[in-house]
Design a protein around this ligand. Structure first.
Ligand code: NCD
Length: 322
């Protein structure tokens, strides 16, 4: 398995948050915070990555993750190409490896990869050669590292620290790469009080999420929570017959204003998007004063700038010494 770190411990690829040190995660978050600007002012911009080309290789739909990787790269002066892998080469039978070699031959050095299949980001990382890097933008139900980082940044902006927070994660945890990466990010930063709230069929397998409490009763799981993170029902990862009835689901697991009162009065409400209003979250809560959902999106660009800058500057420096 390709290591995601250089020999000196700095980031080469970002495939998972598993195994990253607290210092490395805190360093990325501090850099990301430095890219945030007050609302209504111009976004942070530099030409630190001028001459670097980034390819977004997405084989699953994406709005915010893809747009935010693209904006992050452009705001650092890099060139960007966007490829819908499921619409282009793969449909014609080209292997992922040939696609990667083709793009590498065009001078692409950063590959941002989203794929429904487990192992694809790692496979691309093994294929690109030492002078290029891979950033996972979502791997199957397994991991979504930049989402975990942006969620951590969002909590830190509101709570100063992640450790000490009670974090309730509600909904389709079983199929959620966001839940997996977010718990990883928060654990690395010292959080210990996680409540997984879901119907039995959407709970992860017993061996997963060690140390997290599990609740099928949402009111009990939300009691005293500082952070309430809602998740979408991932129909695309379920058999037709397993998809719950949405009205019944909202009645038991939807976040209404009444239910939110179970959490702390100053609790923040998060959702990675895309939201299904009226299924997992009521519209008035999604748009209400405790919601930080749009800040998560803003923070996502900053986090991706921090990650791209870290890996991109290493690539540029290595060119100078080659
Ligand atoms: C999530 C994803 O794709 O894993 N969205 C995102 O990246 N913001 C969550 C989801 O699709 O429900």
């Amino acid at each position: 398995m390709t290591s995601q770190l250089h020999a000196d411990g700095t980031l080469h690829h970002l495939l998972t948050l598993e195994g990253l040190s607290r210092d490395l995660v805190e360093g990325l978050l501090a850099r990301a915070a430095g890219f945030l600007r007050p609302a209504g002012t111009a976004p942070a911009r530099s030409d630190a990555l001028a001459g670097l080309t980034v390819a977004n290789l997405f084989s699953e739909p994406s709005t915010r993750t893809r747009a935010s990787f693209e904006l992050a790269a452009k705001r650092l002066g890099a060139d960007v190409v966007n490829l819908d892998v499921h619409l282009s080469s793969r449909v014609k039978g080209e292997s992922m490896l040939d696609t990667v070699y083709t793009l590498a031959a065009m001078g692409i050095e950063v590959f941002v990869v989203r794929d429904a299949e487990a192992g694809v980001p790692q496979f691309v990382a093994e294929s690109v050669g030492p002078g290029a890097c891979v950033l996972s933008a979502g791997e199957a139900h397994l991991s979504h590292p930049t989402q975990g980082l942006l969620d951590a940044l969002t909590v830190i902006r509101h709570r100063r620290r992640v450790d000490g927070c009670a974090i309730a994660i509600v909904g389709d945890i079983r199929h959620s790469r966001v839940a997996r990466s977010t718990v990883q990010a928060f654990s690395t930063l010292g959080a210990r009080d996680f409540r997984l709230v879901a119907p039995a069929e959407l709970m992860p397998d017993p061996g997963e999420f060690p140390g997290c409490q599990r609740f099928t009763d949402m009111d009990a799981g939300l009691a005293g929570a500082d952070v309430v993170m809602m998740l979408r029902i991932q129909k695309e990862r379920m058999a037709e017959t397993d998809i719950p009835d949405f009205d019944a689901y909202f009645a038991r697991y939807g976040l209404s204003a009444r239910r939110l009162k179970r959490a702390r009065p100053d609790a923040i409400v998060m959702h990675p998007g895309p939201m299904n209003r009226g299924v997992e979250i009521a519209a008035d809560v999604a748009d209400g004063p405790q919601s930080v959902i749009r800040e998560q999106v803003t923070n996502g660009v900053a986090v991706r700038m921090a990650v791209l800058e870290a890996v991109g500057l290493a690539i540029i420096r290595a060119r100078g010494t080659a």
